[in-house]
Design a protein around this ligand. Structure first.
Ligand SMILES: Cc1cc2nc3c(=O)[nH]c(=O)nc-3n(C[C@H](O)[C@H](O)[C@H](O)COP(=O)(O)OP(=O)(O)OC[C@H]3O[C@@H](n4cnc5c(N)ncnc54)[C@H](O)[C@@H]3O)c2cc1C
Length: 396
């Protein structure tokens, strides 16, 4: 008997056997989220995308809450207390359905809830986190401004004291979940530096007009936040952080989810291309039988599963409390860049069908254009790594 007879069979869905690294509880989380996305997102997402709307976002948020996907890796206050690897697996499954759905979950859990959990007072945590974990309240996170994206240090939104109160003025731009949020975490300049504010969105002076005409993340709500002298009580400020390290800490957590999520969009596109290559015939044979198509599929599989391994490695480091922001930048830079290439290559394998919403690949590819830019652009992550490698800061 040859040695290979004892080996497990080659699995095209898991060619490196990465599933061996997962515990039964990890697989259970993955199955739950995959099953939810198959029922509640996949049958409808092409239509939402085509119409450029997410009409059932409130229902989806409650359902995501019921499966424990909101603030999943946070502990207490109704959160699931899952591991970083489990949270990553959930992000992958959600983004395999659509980046917009993963964005809803990332912003809710890793940005808005994380900010309150990490930097909030006990009262803020008790007031907001249980309702956000259940999906009853949707949160958003306002850092970017019309004139300040990659360089938030220049933000103009400011909060000034008026007696005990705070009065908040300014504008935020490109804010995921903005128009449907019940609470906004808004970062603003104060006399003491940048502070985070917990802003109930029903306050007078707050509005969140939706941004239309997007060609990417169309099944996602993106908004402006307009803060026109929004008066807040003294205890609206997040007490435990001052300075940009506040929002950057949240972003690092959200970027970690993207490292996994991007591989979901890539997996979905790869699977569509593999299936198509096996069945589509030209010149009298399946196009998957041509060497050029096989080279594409092989390269896609290599980058896809390298990316999943990388995500897993970073997840284990996060679970061990050893994940550095530069390592998150490494993962976000690589995995989003490779994911978009995989989607674009999948598009070529599907030929003309590749541009149709009947298949997911073009939707994923255009979604990833946003993912490439938000949570730090490719260039920002190159600069983070460049600085870590050389010790020289090239941001300015
Ligand atoms: C769909 C979507 C959802 C979003 N959701 C949110 C959200 O919920 N909350 C939020 O706060 N923000 C959100 N954003 C905003 C996002 O984080 C910003 O778009 C991003 O930080 C980039 O900022 P910018 O678009 O202003 O680009 P800019 O910062 O103006 O950059 C433009 C280009 O210049 C490059 N560049 C800038 N500086 C340098 C430099 N020093 N060296 C080399 N190149 C440089 C950039 O890499 C980029 O290629 C979202 C964006 C999108 C598209």
């Amino acid at each position: 008997m040859s040695a290979s007879a004892k080996l497990p069979p080659f699995d095209p869905a898991d060619p490196l056997g990465v599933d061996d690294l997962l515990e039964p509880e990890d697989l259970a989380v993955r199955d739950t989220v995959r099953g939810w996305a198959a029922d509640r997102v996949l049958p409808y997402v092409a239509e939402w995308y085509e119409k450029g709307e997410l009409p059932v976002i409130r229902e989806l948020a409650r359902e995501l809450g019921s499966i424990g996907a909101l603030g999943m890796s946070l502990t207490g206050y109704g959160c699931a207390g899952a591991s970083a690897v489990q949270y990553g697996l959930a992000c992958l499954e959600l983004e395999a359905a659509d980046s917009g759905i993963r964005s809803l979950v990332s912003v809710q859990g890793s940005l808005a809830m994380y900010a309150i959990h990490r930097y909030g007072s006990e009262e803020q945590k008790t007031e907001w986190l249980p309702r956000m974990a259940s999906g009853e309240v949707i949160g958003c996170f306002g850092l970017t401004e019309p004139d300040h994206g990659s360089d938030p240090a220049g933000m103009r939104t400011f909060a000034k004291r008026d007696g005990e109160d705070w009065v908040l003025s300014g504008r935020k731009m490109w804010i995921t979940n903005g128009s449907v949020a019940g609470v906004a975490i808004v970062w603003a300049r104060t006399e003491d530096g940048v502070r985070g504010f917990v802003v109930p969105t029903d306050r007078p002076g707050f509005s969140a007009p939706e941004i239309k005409h997007k060609w990417s993340l169309r099944a996602s709500v993106t908004s402006e936040l307009v803060l026109d002298d929004v008066r807040l009580p003294a205890d609206a400020v997040l007490p435990e952080v001052t300075g940009l390290r506040g929002p950057l800490g949240c972003l690092s957590h959200a970027r970690y989810g993207i490292v996994w999520g991007a591989m979901g969009a890539a997996r979905s596109s790869f699977e569509a291309a593999l299936d198509y290559a096996r069945t589509r015939e030209q010149f009298g044979r399946p196009i998957g039988g041509f060497q050029l198509t096989q080279a594409k599929l092989a390269d896609m599989a290599v980058e896809l599963h390298k990316g999943i391994l990388l995500a897993h490695h970073l997840g284990r480091r996060m679970d061990a409390g050893r994940l550095r922001p530069e390592q998150v930048s490494f993962g976000k830079l690589n995995n989003v860049r490779e994911a978009i290439e995989i989607c674009r290559t999948a598009r070529t394998i599907l030929g003309a069908n590749g541009i149709s919403l009947e298949y997911p690949v073009m939707r994923h590819a255009t979604n990833l254009e946003s993912v490439l830019t938000y949570e730090g652009t490719v260039e920002m992550h190159q600069l983070v790594l460049g600085k870590a490698l050389t010790g020289l800061d090239a941001f300015r």
